[in-house]
Write a protein that binds this ligand. Sequence first.
Ligand SMILES: [Zn+2]
Length: 451
Amino acid sequence: MIYTVECSFADPHSEAEWNRFYSVDKLPALISVAGFHTSQRFKAISAGCPVYLALHTIDGLEVLTGDEYRQKGGGNFARWQQHITDWHRNLYDGIGIAPAVNKDELLVLCATGAEPLIQMGLTPSAMHAVALEKFPQHRWMATMPARKAPPVECLAEGVYLYSPITEQLTGSRAVCPFPSQQAGAYTVTAISDGYLSASLSLLSNIDADEADKMQHDAGATDPAAVHINCYLVRGAGRTILIDGGAGGIKQWGGRLHANLRLAGVEPGSVDTILLTHAHPDHVGGLVDAEGQIAFPNAQVLLHQQELAFWQDDANLSRATERARGNFLIARQVFDGYRETLSTFTDGQVLPGIRAMPLPGHTDGHTGYLFESANQSLLVWGDIVHFPHIQIERPDVSIAFDQDPTLAAATRSRLLDMVSSEELLIAGMHLGELGFARIRQSRGRYGLDYET
Ligand SMILES: [Zn+2]
């Protein structure tokens, strides 16, 4: 949950000293309290809101009522209390972990809706107040590069910009919040990009009621939501990203960059991007809202047939209206990375990583096999979109599959292989847990997440 503390300071003579105390003494004391995970301070650069904002990630309200918080966090403000005005505290749900905002970035908050932020080209996260003052009750948050910020006098009403005045502190008790597995020389981490909303009616060979029941039986709260994973691969001196998420295109996903930072990775440190294919939910996050490349030092690798398909004007002219948009997004990404883009057909693409063509979903759809004596892992791309349906029913394809029959045949073949070899798998739509094994008994496949 997000805990916000906002105020202004009315005494210019002691403001610098108060700021120093807050940033250098109080913030590290707070982050040492059990249940505090991140803390960062900001100063508003637009008028009309309290001047100072502290943004914390905490477990819940009980953290603020415990003894440890009272000893380390509260009470020591007495000598400045008389100068503090416009003081507001809120606890918000909806965002798991506060974004870390760099020196060259701004935090953007809006209480009137998501729309003003979307119009600024941002991908806002919604939060709603659950405790303390509960005002503003709803807020939308985003981050943006400071150099792209509009002049404050041009901001829509209710939109406020904040510049960070400290780094984000993270609690020593925090752990890497994403599932990870070792695969030979590499550590592979599932980085969530968020969700896209699909529809169970896109599935073929199954009626919507049955699909809905299978989703409910599997515990899905939103049966039509498809989770998007990217995989961060670290080791052998490399930082590799497999697929780039949706980047907020069509309101899909968009969490990749914030989550990469939580995993300790800046965009500039990614040296290689491996693509399973070039659908928008896999390449949208490789460019920013203005179409500029988001990973400036990365070379991009994909299957030769995948690149050829999207570059072929005959395919574009045959495409439906929806699919036309996919061509434009893929081409924008290819164009942005044209200096470093290269293709393969199969075989080893990086040390210990072999490309495995898995055609059907797209022409050049590719899995990546991490080969190791006893820690092999297959990142299988879009073999499934609804794992709780399609692993039990491999014949069920989705409208996103370019060749549904071939996609189903590839799925069946692969399920047979990974279950008989007991191979660890990862998939872009396998779910937030990111890794699983497939078991087979009496001709039926089942999914066991690996945690
Ligand atoms: Zn996909």
